[in-house]
Design a protein. Structure first.
Length: 315
């Protein structure tokens, strides 16, 4: 029997790749997206498309009556700066929206809920890197709090209503279709700058690090999350899996590697450091490798080349 998945945010960067990955394995896929930031052209042609927001009653009823096996939830308010300036809006989308979907899922017989969480915003900075799932949780933005709170809501629904839930804590995801705005889009921003023959702007001294994981590897993790058992849990960390490389790459190294890969000779400009920016971030994917046999397949140089080629062709 064909598995059926509802992918929220499936017109966006990561969600559209997840939809592609499910379709490639013969699944039936429905994409739900309000197109506030996603793009209609990102939705795979083989997928059904429903345009509405995660807070809409239509989304809840779709899950209640759609006979879906899996709810894959990627729709979100993603901008940390927006969450700081308007935390109520962040809560309405990221927490109230999740609850609206979960109410539909529990009434509609969904067997598994896969939630896109974030390893970059739920962990604190005090522990040694790369962070394991059990690392200190200390979000410094409303966006991070909403991701962590969502994981607790998911665990509660698992206990109270018997939903089978998984949280995937992403490192910094990059690749084709990435939005070139904001910190999460630094690779796309740099690629656009190179295409325009502009200098690459690095904030601060450029020593701040991130764990860059290619989007197709992330999509494979979502396939694994739909097909593997999770088992009993005693904490939210038992339901969570880091999705990253475990490798720290500084912004300086990212810029230099990208320039080398694409053969560009441009200056790296400096700008004042941004307040509140994490100094270092990386997640340990050992649990995902051990339990679900997932490891990243695309290294940074190859992923940067693929991303640059896509942006040069389609942007």
């Amino acid at each position: 029997m064909t598995e059926r998945a509802l992918v929220t945010g499936g017109a966006g960067f990561i969600g559209s790749h997840v939809a592609d990955a499910y379709l490639a394995r013969g699944w039936s896929v429905t994409v739900l997206d309000d197109l506030s930031s996603g793009r209609r052209e990102n939705v795979p042609g083989e997928a059904d498309f429903v345009q509405c927001g995660v807070n809409d009653p239509e989304a809840r009823e779709l899950l209640r009556n759609g006979d879906f096996d899996v709810l894959n939830h990627h729709a979100a308010q993603l901008d940390v700066r927006v969450s700081v300036s308007d935390p109520l809006m962040d809560e309405r989308v990221n927490i109230a929206g999740l609850l609206n979907l979960l109410e539909g899922a529990r009434g509609g017989g969904v067997r598994r809920v896969i939630f896109a969480s974030s390893g970059g915003v739920v962990y604190g900075e005090g522990d040694a890197l790369p962070h394991p799932e059990e690392a200190l949780k200390l979000p410094v933005s409303p966006y991070g709090v909403s991701k962590l709170a969502s994981e607790y809501y998911l665990a509660m629904y698992a206990r109270l209503h018997g939903l089978d839930v998984v949280s995937l804590r992403y490192a910094n995801v990059y690749g084709p279709r990435q939005n070139p705005h904001g910190e999460a889009g630094v690779v796309a921003i740099f690629c656009n700058k190179i295409l325009k023959k502009d200098s690459l702007t690095v904030f601060g001294d450029g020593s701040q690090t991130r764990d860059y994981v290619y989007v197709e590897d992330v999509a494979r993790a979502n396939v694994a999350a739909a097909n593997h058992e999770v088992g009993a849990f005693a904490s939210i960390d038992d339901l969570a899996f880091n999705v990253g490389t475990g490798i720290e790459t500084s912004v300086n190294d990212l810029a230099r590697t990208l320039l080398t890969v694409v053969g560009a000779n441009l200056q790296i400009a400096r700008a004042p450091a941004r307040a509140g920016e994490l100094a270092r971030s990386a997640v340990n994917p050992a649990k995902l490798a051990r339990q679900w046999d997932w490891t990243p397949q695309v290294d940074l140089a190859e992923g940067l080349q693929r991303t640059y080629d896509w942006i040069a062709t389609y942007q």
